[in-house]
Design a protein around this ligand. Structure first.
Ligand code: HEC
Ligand code: HEC
Length: 220
């Protein structure tokens, strides 16, 4: 009994001395990105492992507890999954859902989420600071997050159009306060001087961004 316990401690000790969560996540992300995702398999895996919280259509919850995922850039899904799994982004609630995923599962799920339409009935804020929000968004956020909140797959900037206001506000606040460890360093520079009111204004504005719909096949 005693020896078993000792060896468990030893193994735990070895893993602590291993690569940092950030380094481990980077290595895993490279491998996952190299896989080609399969939408049909992805639908199955998503419904089994993710839909209980993020819903079948990927819409999450307007109360901000679970983010909207439909239409997200695959690279963003993969980065967040590998960050959460390694601990580079803390998410105790979701962690158990990620531990059994293979690299192929992750690629499949990301490919499936990409084709889901972004819902337009996401949670929004009070709407009383939108003029200020527009000014701040154009000045400080649009260069990375895009005119319509479309983000940028090249540098894994998330699609934020259709994201719930309460989720955006919570994340922006955690990024400003240094609590979300996997944040973008340049963005942290931008938001570090933001007041709570400015964060409310800009994230309420963001929650109202709508991406242009893709033309339907066969129609002009
Ligand atoms: C038990 C509930 C639960 C399950 C199951 C779950 N998640 Fe999550 N997920 C969460 C929560 C809670 C958050 C937000 C955490 C926070 O506020 O920082 C989240 C955040 C995310 C994010 C980050 C989104 C962003 O834009 O920042 C992604 C991506 C994600 N989940 C994908 C998945 C995928 C893919 C699965 C299935 C393999 C899954 N989740 C399963 C609860 C869950
Ligand atoms: C230099 C580019 C850049 C600028 C400027 C920037 N962001 Fe970001 N932002 C990012 C990237 C990249 C991420 C994803 C970080 C990650 O990998 O977890 C992000 C993530 C976020 C998130 C979390 C989204 C999610 O799905 O979890 C919010 C909210 C956000 N940004 C709001 C803002 C706001 C508000 C501004 C302007 C005040 C802003 N950002 C300016 C690059 C930027």
């Amino acid at each position: 009994m005693r020896t078993v316990w000792m060896s468990v401690v030893l193994v735990a000790g070895v893993s602590v001395a291993g690569p940092s969560p950030e380094a481990a996540a980077k290595v895993e992300l490279k491998k996952v990105q190299a896989k080609k995702g399969d939408v049909v398999r992805g639908k199955d895996r998503y419904q089994a492992a993710c839909a209980s919280c993020h819903l079948e259509n990927g819409a999450g919850q307007p109360d901000g507890s679970f983010p909207q995922l439909a239409g997200q850039h695959p690279i963003v899904i993969l980065k967040q999954l590998t960050d959460i799994r390694s601990g580079a982004r803390e998410n105790a609630v979701m962690l158990p859902a990620t531990t059994a995923l293979s690299e192929q599962d992750m690629a499949d799920i990301a490919a499936y989420l990409k084709i889901l339409p972004i819902p337009r009935d996401n949670g929004r804020g009070e709407g009383d600071l939108l003029d200020d929000g527009l000014v701040l968004y154009k000045r400080d956020c649009a260069s990375c997050h895009g005119r319509s909140g479309e983000g940028n797959a090249k540098d894994s900037t998330p699609v934020l159009a259709g994201q719930h206001y309460k989720y955006l506000l919570r994340q922006a606040t955690e990024i400003r306060d240094g609590k979300r460890k996997n944040a973008n360093a340049k963005m942290m520079e931008v938001v570090k001087s933001y007041t709570d009111t400015q964060l409310v204004a800009v994230t309420d504005f963001m929650s109202r961004l709508v991406m242009p719909e893709l033309p339907k096949a066969g129609k002009k």
